[in-house]
Design a protein around this ligand. Structure first.
Ligand code: FE2
Length: 431
């Protein structure tokens, strides 16, 4: 009756020692000690089984291009954008597809099975769009890839982009993007949002804006985005990515802004890895961290989903497709070290991200897709602490990646001794 049973699993919601039965690519049972047997069984042995990681903000067209055509010497956002501008005329569909597929392999191996990627539409040739549409088709059996038409050089600022964005959407790109803080003036930024939200409403598409990725406390495009979202009835379908200016804003203004974001049903998508490196660059000391106000947004009931943004590209030379690394950084930058806060950060790379992307049938519940990851950790906190090793990745009931537990053999006292970082029992919260 079951094609796969995972036994003795801990779940992110705190259930422990349960079995998960899979039938027809969907979860058919979650209960203690399923009596039946299955063609394939995995013993999770008290380890965490989580729904797959979801990256709601990435740049698949730029990934793994580090060093092309040269390295980012300053490490700044502006040199990164300039460098990407140098690389763009040299891009080919073949090279873009090749790099993106290699990244998708890396992602799947890490249990990352859904990604929203912004695709630059500033070059009217749209080779990036052509390539990413091909990648979306090729990875469909194992990875959900959503594409956003992203005018990197400015929707109103760069020539030909208004038409190029429309063409990208005609070609089948899933969502409307924008970058209001990069337009020439605040008014142009606001006008770009008015136009982009109208396009999304007319076409019935979601919106995902690179919004206020700056340290300028007066960059308030998120306010316009919220107002336009409500004007067009787009609540729940709009994401504000980055929102770093909120870090530097006046507290009184933020006390008005966060309820507005909540009212508009906007998903907030901070990208802690890249923004801790890019923000505060004009500061001497003290240096601002630049990440948006994650705990406050969460406390207000805003859906906060964390993105990876970049891996080895003109903006970020680090990264490995590991959403637990993203979560780890968010815990530190946001000072979110309480038990509740760390658990909420785990949600931000799983269920919250899935909600931001509107994924269907996501999560560990009977009837949902049998998509999950077995981690070498017992609970979400340990998973983030260790950036836990992935033991098995399951998609639609099939094991698509697996690896042996990560254990090191020490030879210190003449006899071998095995060290498993996940073998230290996590403390019990007795409150
Ligand atoms: Fe981005």
């Amino acid at each position: 009756m079951f094609e796969l049973i995972v036994r003795h699993a801990n779940l992110p919601d705190g259930r422990s020692g349960v079995d998960i039965g899979v039938s027809g690519g969907r979860i058919a049972a979650i209960e203690t000690a399923i009596a039946a047997t299955a063609a394939r069984e995995i013993d999770a042995a008290g380890r965490l089984v989580t729904p797959p990681f979801v990256d709601p903000h990435f740049h698949m067209d730029a990934t793994l291009s580090l060093g092309l055509p040269r390295l980012n010497r300053s490490g700044t956002l502006l040199e990164g954008i300039a460098l990407w501008g140098e690389l763009k005329p040299l891009l080919t569909v073949e090279a873009l597809v090749d790099r993106a597929l290699r990244y998708c392999d890396l992602a799947v191996a890490q249990g990352l099975l859904a990604i929203r990627s912004h695709v630059d539409v500033s070059d009217p040739r749209l080779v990036t769009v052509e390539a990413m549409l091909e990648v979306r088709e090729r990875v469909k059996p194992y990875l959900d890839l959503q594409l956003v038409a992203f005018p990197q050089d400015g929707y109103l600022r760069a020539p030909g982009v208004i038409e190029a964005l429309d063409r990208a959407l005609d070609m089948g790109v899933d969502a409307v993007g924008g970058i209001p803080h990069f337009e020439r003036t605040m008014e142009d930024g606001a006008e770009s949002l008015r136009r982009l939200c109208r396009i999304a409403a007319e076409r019935g598409l979601p919106v995902d804006i690179h919004c206020d990725e700056t340290d300028d406390p007066l960059s308030r495009h998120i306010e316009t985005l919220a107002a336009e979202t409500m004007r067009h009835g787009l609540q729940g379908r709009v994401a504000g990515s980055h929102l770093t200016s909120m870090h530097s804003m006046d507290n009184y203004y933020v006390s008005k802004l966060i309820p507005l974001i909540k009212e508009a049903g906007i998903h907030a998508i901070p990208n802690p890895l890249i923004n801790i490196t890019l923000q505060g660059r004009h500061d001497s000391y003290p240096k601002r961290r630049g990440m948006t106000r994650v705990p406050e947004l969460m406390a207000a009931g805003v859906n906060v989903a964390l993105g990876h943004d970049c891996v080895m590209d003109p903006w970020y030379s680090m990264g490995s497709g590991d959403m637990l690394e993203v979560a780890h950084m968010a815990v530190h930058v946001g000072q979110m070290t309480s038990i509740t806060a760390v658990r909420s950060i785990f949600d931000a790379i799983t269920v919250n991200s899935a909600k931001a992307l509107g994924l269907e049938s996501y999560g560990l519940a009977v009837g949902r897709h049998a998509d999950f990851v077995v981690l070498q950790a017992r609970d979400p906190i340990e998973a983030i602490r260790l950036k836990a090793h992935r033991l098995a990745v399951v998609r639609r009931g099939k094991v698509i990646a697996q690896s042996a537990p990560k254990v090191t053999t020490l030879m210190l006292n003449g006899r071998p001794q095995q060290v498993d970082a996940s073998a230290y029992a996590p403390p019990v919260d007795r409150q």
